[in-house]
Design a protein around this ligand. Structure first.
Ligand SMILES: CC(C)(COP(=O)(O)OP(=O)(O)OC[C@H]1O[C@@H](n2cnc3c(N)ncnc32)[C@H](O)[C@@H]1O)[C@@H](O)C(=O)NCCC(=O)NCCS
Ligand SMILES: Nc1ncnc2c1ncn2[C@@H]1O[C@H](COP(=O)(O)OP(=O)(O)OP(=O)(O)O)[C@@H](O)[C@H]1O
Length: 202
């Protein structure tokens, strides 16, 4: 009997739209989730596998606690070439971890790949369906600017590097609203799972 590979749902959305929160809702429903951002934090954290390569490319940006995220963010979000150099170090490592995750969960009917830059780095070709988490711009802005160390300049630099939310919504199979009560978002997550678990949804 041929084993069906998992249906791969890409989960994406711009900064502060609610990817991590919605990914946790899928996980709570028993769906295996690959969290690319969490893997990047591990790779860049204390004893992270990428620290030597990042220190070589960006001297002084790592220490006992791993990458100095604020300093490296300030360095790369205002310099396209520097961001490209950092991505060239990080993205292949994340891709290898993503393949290991898919192998580990080969028998699951459905898996979620939480990838912030799914559309920006043509990752959508590697998934079967795409769900975009989305909220009104004012809600997104308020959430992100409330974060410690975040500035308007950094927020706008990051948003400027990400595909507009309207474009992501237009390209998505599912749009999961996050500027609504958590229960409403959770119900939408359950609906997406139910849809993808039926043969028609596949
Ligand atoms: C530069 C770094 C150290 C800054 O860390 P910091 O904790 O300050 O920001 P954080 O990682 O939480 O990202 C903040 C926001 O920027 C977005 N973002 C991160 N990297 C990028 C990128 N290369 N292009 C566009 N947006 C990005 C994230 O999706 C998030 O919405 C970090 O963002 C990083 O290493 N980025 C490069 C790797 C990458 O592309 N990661 C995102 C996809 S896996
Ligand atoms: N209905 C909702 N669904 C999801 N998040 C919500 C909702 N209502 C409020 N929030 C809040 O919005 C914030 C979303 O932040 P979260 O870290 O999930 O976004 P993100 O897209 O992962 O951000 P980043 O791209 O910076 O990693 C959280 O603080 C969450 O509690």
């Amino acid at each position: 009997m041929t084993s069906l590979a998992p249906l791969k749902l890409g989960l994406t959305g711009s900064i502060g739209m609610g990817k991590s929160t919605v990914a946790a809702m899928f996980a709570a429903e028993g769906v295996p989730v690959f969290d690319a951002d969490a893997e990047v934090h591990r790779l860049q954290g204390p004893d992270g596998a990428l620290l030597p390569a990042i220190e070589a490319a960006f001297p002084g940006m790592t220490g006992g606690q791993g990458v100095d995220r604020a300093a490296l963010g300030a360095r790369v979000f205002s310099d396209a070439a520097a961001l490209e150099a950092l991505e060239a170090i990080v993205h292949p490592a994340v891709a290898a971890l993503r393949e290991a995750f898919l192998t580990r969960h080969a028998a699951a009917p459905l898996v979620v790949l939480d990838i912030p830059l799914l559309f920006e780095r043509s990752g959508s070709a590697q998934v079967d369906r795409v769900a975009v988490v989305s909220a009104a711009p004012a809600v997104q802005r308020a959430r992100v600017l409330a974060r410690p160390g975040m500035t308007t300049e950094k927020f706008e630099a990051i948003v400027g590097k990400q595909l507009p939310d309207s474009e992501k919504r237009a390209r998505a199979d599912f749009v999961i609203p996050t500027d609504v009560p958590l229960e409403t978002t959770r119900a939408e997550v359950a609906r997406v799972i139910a849809c993808l678990r039926t043969p028609i949804g596949r």
